[in-house]
Design a protein around this ligand. Structure first.
Ligand code: ZN
Length: 477
């Protein structure tokens, strides 16, 4: 008792009251439902995911929060689930010195539609660095482009998007032929042609690219993909700020509520429940919503609570929001995203009593967490290399790319049941999670009430591109 009193001595009474609304029982209630077998691992898209979305909206309704998407708590993304059959796929290259025929099991096709080409001429594009220039439109429009570039790198991926905008018939590249059962794509306006991207993972292929000459041609056959329209939901609620001016500024509190569904084969339990990843982050946002909604003094800035679909399929929900924001991006001053808040059994050792974040020293939010932790007895710290390397790997990235100071708060980056059926709700440490989420509540309250909005920290070379994006967003060059 004495210890607890000493630990919270530095908290203002209103901070203690706010934090006390977050309880282990509340967190356990949310996680145990979201990660129950009934929701079948919340794959995107799935009935389990839709059921989770209804649960989230009903919680926001219970708390009397304002819907974030007009009259609705759902921001609806109209997308397509696309399956590309590879039976009948063929790719043959011919040049003066030889020929090459791709093994369909080492090929993957995304983004396209059925295509049949005979002896089509090829245009080679070689990038040794992402700064290399794009080819002129007239040299690639209507042609099949063979791309030599390490496309796994984000800068090259962006460059590849620019190349696709020049209207080639198809793009072929060497690289990992990752093949998902189905891919999610945004629906295209009618009449807009899709451009297939063919990835060949055959280790011979880069050598083939070297030996091609200017007269090289291609035979390409892509079977028609199967397309299913799907509607996906980001779930969004608002708590308006109390300050007549600062309430125009928003802090986004986010987490992804999807996971990876059910394993196709194998013995025993096949449901990947995703309790820690990321029913725990989702429960954190719900608990913060509850604490702030019940709190007598509303914070000065507006808080937006948002749960994303599709993180596990590649940040799809958060990227969708970034392209279709419901609130002005220029007035969105910070994003705290939450992941893996419940497990303390990090592969590197116990994380009980600790809290960390990606980009811990990229923004002023890291210091806010550290100071709040000092007052609650939780050690918030920069986690060696993980805080840097995980910055790009969760939904905070979508908003950081636009210049908004955005981090992902977590208790443990790694844990033994990660993406396995053993990530069950019973294995979370809810007493520890209560302390961690209370600490976050206090940090959020201070961020929402401070005169100055959170900001990128200048001088860290890793933040330079995000700070530059911030200046672009605010028209200050
Ligand atoms: Zn996750």
């Amino acid at each position: 008792m004495l210890l607890a009193a000493a630990a919270s001595a530095a908290l203002a009474p209103e901070e203690s009251r706010l934090a006390s609304a977050v309880s282990a029982d509340l967190l356990r209630a949310h996680v145990s439902f979201l990660a129950s077998d009934a929701l079948e691992g919340r794959d995107t898209p799935s009935r389990g995911l839709d059921t989770a979305a209804e649960y989230l909206a009903s919680q926001f309704r219970r708390l009397g929060l304002k819907p974030g998407a007009g009259q609705s708590f759902f921001q609806i993304a109209r997308m397509e689930s696309v399956r590309q059959p590879m039976e009948g796929f063929a790719l043959e290259l011919k040049w003066s010195g030889g020929s090459y025929s791709a093994d369909p099991s080492r090929a993957a096709v995304t983004g396209g539609e059925a295509l049949e080409l005979q002896d089509a001429p090829l245009v080679r594009v070689v990038w040794r660095s992402p700064e290399d220039p794009l080819p002129p439109r007239e040299s690639v429009a209507g042609k099949v482009v063979l791309l030599s570039a390490p496309v796994r790198n984000a800068a090259y991926l962006e460059k590849r998007r620019q190349l696709l905008a020049l209207d080639p018939v198809a793009l072929i590249a060497a690289g990992p032929a990752f093949r998902a059962a189905a891919m999610l794509e945004e629906r295209q306006p009618a009449g807009r042609r899709r451009i297939p991207v063919v990835m060949i993972s055959d280790s011979e292929f880069p050598k083939v690219l070297e030996s091609l000459d200017a007269a090289a041609t291609v035979n390409l056959r892509i079977p028609p993909p199967e397309r299913q329209p799907v509607e996906l939901k980001n779930v969004v609620a608002v708590l308006e700020g109390s300050d007549p001016e600062l309430k125009e500024e928003l802090i986004l509190l986010t987490a992804h509520y999807d996971h990876v569904g059910v394993r196709a084969g194998g013995e025993g339990d096949r449901i990947l429940n995703g309790a820690n990843d990321n029913a725990s982050g989702t429960a954190t946002v719900l608990a913060l919503a509850e604490a702030f909604a019940r709190h007598s003094a509303r914070p000065r800035r507006t808080l937006v609570f948002m749960l994303y679909f599709g993180e596990e399929k590649g940040l799809i929900g958060s990227r969708y929001y970034a392209r279709n924001p419901l609130f002005p991006l220029q007035r969105t001053v910070a994003n705290l995203n939450f992941e893996q808040m419940g497990r303390t059994d990090d592969n590197a050792g116990s994380r009980a009593g600790k809290l960390t974040a990606s980009g811990f020293d990229y923004t002023t939010l890291g210091d806010l967490l550290m100071l709040a932790g000092r007052d609650t007895g939780v050690e918030a710290f920069k986690d060696g290399s993980n805080s840097d390397s995980f910055f790009s790997r969760s939904d905070n990235r979508a908003l950081a790319d636009l210049g908004i100071p955005a981090i992902t708060v977590t208790v443990a980056w790694t844990f033994p049941d990660y993406h396995r059926p053993g990530d069950e709700w019973e294995r979370l440490d809810y007493a520890n999670m209560e302390r961690a989420v209370r600490t976050c509540a206090i940090a959020v309250l201070r961020a929402a009430n401070a005169d100055r909005a959170p900001a990128w920290i200048d001088g860290n070379p890793r933040t330079a591109r995000y700070a530059e994006a911030w200046r672009r967003l605010h028209g200050a060059h």
